[in-house]
Design a protein around this ligand. Structure first.
Ligand code: NDP
Length: 242
């Protein structure tokens, strides 16, 4: 029986690499993001290699959209084993810049988006007596860095929420995993509003970031453990990152 995995933010970077990796290992994947043309291409690529993939337009700030992603998995594949809450944005900058709109956007996507996933999938997991939440948080929540205070705060919020959920759910059917990547070569820096900071982070990504496939393999490792084994936290970063 194939594992059924729904992934938010599957249209690029870590989410797309995770979909490819899991599909190659035999999982059925349900791909969610706003850029559905990219999801369609990825689903085609997975199907061409013999995998099973379906696509759903999802803005994670909409509870109804995330409910729809989970419902699509259950409808198409009969259940949902894992929800990878990966969609995220990085509107970083010094707190004193008072980018209130950027803070709001990060809280909406990075925190509320994951909460919408929990609200959609937890009842399904409970019914199945089986389920796994994986989220992509960040080393920015572990090593606090200037310009990344609010971004890192959103990631720490999610890590805290998953840990709290884990402690409330020790009956044996729920697993939670927070994956904290360092610099990963993706499109994430494109969402940075400040052009100087954007160029600096893009330079860092080009110079020493790891490939998104490395994070995908770490996520697959957590998912593939036996049901009674939980990998709670994974930190994965370039060997050259301080
Ligand atoms: P990308 O920008 O390549 O991917 C981000 C994904 O999030 C895209 O698929 C995008 O899809 C999706 N997304 C953004 N906003 C929304 C939304 N409102 N609704 C649904 N999907 C949305 O960056 P990464 O792959 O790097 O980012 C993936 C995760 O990894 C993020 O949570 C990020 O914070 C985290 N991370 C990344 C690091 C890095 O160095 N790259 C380091 C640490 C953590 P679309 O625009 O099509 O909706």
């Amino acid at each position: 029986m194939a594992t059924v995995v729904a992934i938010t933010g599957a249209s690029s970077g870590i989410g797309a690499a995770t979909a490819r990796e899991l599909a190659a290992r035999g999982a059925d994947v349900v791909l969610g993001a706003r850029r559905t043309e990219r999801l369609d291409e990825l689903a085609e690529e997975i199907r061409a290699k013999g995998g099973r993939a379906s696509v759903r337009a999802v803005d994670v700030t909409s509870r109804a959209d995330v409910d729809g992603l989970v419902a699509a998995a259950v409808e198409e594949f009969g259940r949902l084993d894992v929800l990878v809450g990966n969609a995220g944005i990085s509107r970083i900058g010094p707190v004193a810049q008072l980018d209130v709109e950027g803070w709001q956007a990060m809280i909406d996507v990075n925190v509320r988006g994951v909460l919408h996933g929990i609200a959609a999938a937890l009842p399904v997991f409970e019914r199945q007596r089986r389920g796994h939440f994986v989220t992509t948080v960040s080393t920015a929540g572990i090593k606090i860095t200037p310009t990344m205070a609010v971004y890192g705060g959103t990631k720490n919020a999610v890590r805290t929420i998953l840990e709290g959920l884990r402690q409330e759910s020790t009956a044996g059917w729920l697993r939670t995993t927070s994956v904290s990547p360092g610099y990963v070569r993706t499109e994430l820096a494109d969402s940075i509003g400040d052009p100087v900071l954007r160029a600096e982070i893009q330079r860092n990504m080009n110079e020493f970031a790891i490939a998104p496939e490395a994070v995908a393999r770490a996520i697959a490792f957590a998912i593939e453990q036996p049901d009674d084994v939980e990998i709670g936290d994974i930190t994965i970063r370039p060997t050259t990152q301080d």
